[in-house]
Design a protein around this ligand. Structure first.
Ligand SMILES: [Zn+2]
Length: 179
């Protein structure tokens, strides 16, 4: 079975949001065009408490039950079968979707017989990277859809370097036309 993991396509990571990824919203239409090609579609959400050690590194974003934590309004969220909430404690960053606390992502995907996992969303250099590397480590044939991800680029090459480290971890980089 083929699964799609949509990472953190939330208002705060899109232009106008508290921690906007440049052109972060550009991933939305690419993801929307892909969703029906998958047997299983899941998404992660950054879901932080108001106070978190995470906000020592980042401006407050994706606080639980706020507009900033909602999915981008154009995302086809009705296609999402299950949402995984991460970064929910006050002492963790929760970069990887595999750190979700409401449900175990690895177990969910394996019980739905997902063998090939495609990863899309935000941001390439943090949560996409951590999630894709975890997926490869947990035995999924893992793909990152390079035109369906976007980087924060605190340093200009961070996104590029993140893709290289995913590749080194066994992740295959593909274009949405190859999905
Ligand atoms: Zn966060």
């Amino acid at each position: 079975m083929r699964g799609l993991l949509i990472v953190d396509v939330q208002n705060d990571f899109c232009p106008g949001g508290a921690l906007a990824v440049p052109e972060g919203d550009a991933v939305v239409s690419v993801i929307n065009q892909m969703v029906e090609k998958f047997d299983v579609v899941v998404a992660s959400k950054d879901w932080h408490p108001q106070k978190s050690v995470h906000f020592k590194h980042w401006p407050p974003h994706c606080v639980q039950n706020t507009r900033g934590a909602e999915f981008h309004p154009q995302l086809k969220s009705e296609a999402i079968q299950q949402v995984f909430l991460k970064g929910t404690g006050d002492k963790d960053d929760g970069y990887s979707a595999y750190e979700a606390t409401n449900l175990d992502l690895n177990e969910y995907l394996k019980s739905n017989r997902v063998t090939d996992l495609y990863v899309a969303g935000l941001a390439t250099d943090y949560c996409v990277k951590a999630s894709a590397i975890d997926a490869a480590r947990m035995g999924f044939k893992t793909f990152v859809v390079t035109d369906a991800v976007s980087a924060v680029n605190v340093k200009p090459d961070d996104g590029k370097r993140a893709l290289e480290s995913m590749k080194a971890a066994g992740v295959t980089l593909v274009d949405s036309s190859q999905v």
